[in-house]
Design a protein around this ligand. Structure first.
Ligand code: GDP
Length: 197
């Protein structure tokens, strides 16, 4: 798929205030600093469509972008920010749960994982939540340029092994680097294949 147009639509704190759910939607989420804004900017061919987060964990907004006037790309707030208060974590939980369960046009969640970091409880729990609710997700490993080929292979093998302790099947995985422009086509292909409207 070619990205011809990518435009900001709105930011919101409530799922009921999001755009009318008349177009397919793909959400991007992950721990703070995972490289989500960089990935979104790479995918959409924009330098600053998604704002790289100066203050992680502060604003909890659902950011809608419209791509090719056909589908919504949604930038969701990062989680797992070490300094976040208990209250803001609880708010995030409630906010994301509502979005995931109530957004009827949501087709896929792209869950971003930093390929350098071993499997984290918070990510595994989030996948479990998605699985329990039947929300399809794809793992996007980020920042692959930061590892050598062998270290990368080792980390991914370890991650898969951890997943197979609880999952019967591995989810679709994409390997990306915003710096080295990798993974863009793969993400866009998945969107094209699943967006059958
Ligand atoms: P977000 O908080 O998840 O939106 O993450 P950002 O996109 O703001 O990225 C966090 C930091 O990681 C920034 O310093 C980015 O420059 C850096 N970063 C993001 N993606 C990559 C990547 O693919 N490779 C490298 N080397 N650095 C990256």
């Amino acid at each position: 798929m070619q990205v011809k147009t990518a435009e900001f639509v709105m930011s919101n704190t409530r799922v009921d205030l999001c755009p009318e759910p008349t177009k397919p939607e793909y959400a991007f989420i992950g721990r703070s600093n995972v490289g989500k804004s960089s990935l979104i900017n790479m995918i959409t061919n924009h330098k600053n469509l998604a704002k790289t987060s100066g203050k992680p964990g502060k604003t909890q907004l659902i950011n809608h972008f419209i791509i090719n006037e056909e589908w919504y790309l949604v930038d969701l707030p990062g989680y797992g920010y070490a300094k976040a208060s208990k209250k803001s974590r609880a708010q995030w939980d409630q906010f994301i749960t509502r979005y995931m369960l109530e957004r009827e046009n949501l087709l896929y969640v792209f869950l971003l994982i930093d390929c350098r970091i071993p499997a984290q409880k918070i990510d595994l729990e989030f996948m479990e939540f998605l699985g329990t609710k039947g929300i399809p997700f794809i793992i996007v490993f980020t920042k692959m340029d930061k590892l050598s080929g062998s270290a990368f292979g080792k980390n991914i093998a370890a991650y898969k092994k951890t997943l197979l302790e609880t999952w019967d099947e591995l989810p679709i995985m994409v390997f990306s680097s915003a710096t080295a422009a990798k993974g863009r086509e793969e993400v866009l292909d998945i969107i094209e294949q699943t967006n059958t409207d």
